[in-house]
Design a binder for this molecule. Sequence first.
Ligand code: MLT
Ligand code: MN
Ligand code: ZN
Length: 303
Amino acid sequence: MRVRVLGTAAGGGYPQWNCACAECARARADGVARGQDCLAVSGDGRRWHLVNASPDIRGQILATPELTPGPGRRDTPISGVLLSTAELDHTLGLLALREGSTLNVYAPVPVQAALTEAFPVRRVLAGYGSPRWQTIDPGTPLTLDERLEVTAIRLSAKRPRYASAVAAPRDPNGAHGAVDAWVVAYRFHDLVTGGVLVYAPCLAEWTERFDAALASADYALLDGTCFSDDEMNSRTGGGRGSRQMGHLPIADSLLRLSQRRGPRVLFTHLNNTNPVLNPDSAEYAAVLAAGADIAADGQLLEL
Ligand code: MLT
Ligand code: MN
Ligand code: ZN
């Protein structure tokens, strides 16, 4: 399988338009930037699936040679989009893909409910073409191409802030355990090489189910929103704790990782306040010392 990391920043990107925190100021001074969290994955190297659709998707596609359209004038190697949450940083890009009318959009039941009611992308896109909406049932493997299988792992019932009033969704297919799967991880498995990648950019809690999903994984792209719980407050003078926002701090994950043999870990969905963005920081040194790293925009993983 081939994985292109399209973006590695949390909502707001890096630097964020209205932020002058130490890291955003440094990014502007150094002329560096990161796009918002998004991946492209392929088993056969021809058909690609986006994992989440970031607000930066247009530029991310243009920067990725594997996603170049052709050979037909309206052919695209992008077959579909898998959504891991209904958060705006993972779904706004769907609107920018409105020209790709036959895309498959895969999402768990509550994510589809949010995108039908509170943020009616589904209705909006229906005016432009006909994306095929498919239900992701956590725990049930799905085949994306002849050698790539994906299984969603239910992570948490944390809703986007805009969707706080969405009615408890009913699962049209009776899919087991799907109705509170507001946030999932994806476990990609290459049936030819045996390679396994786990992608979990919004990890509220390190559950046994999640730990089991990491077993035999070669790579894990993990939630790296904040390094420590009080980071937003200490770095911007306001904002909620990382755990309260549904993001386990990197410091907690490093502790978990030190207790197990595990995959090669790359942190992604990095908030612009995160000191690991500074390569000279003690926090980035701690990530490296644990045998992990932070993912880079454009990075290619082959498993
Ligand atoms: C999150 O990851 O918690 C959300 O994307 C926050 C946001 O709305 O930007
Ligand atoms: Mn986010
Ligand atoms: Zn900032």
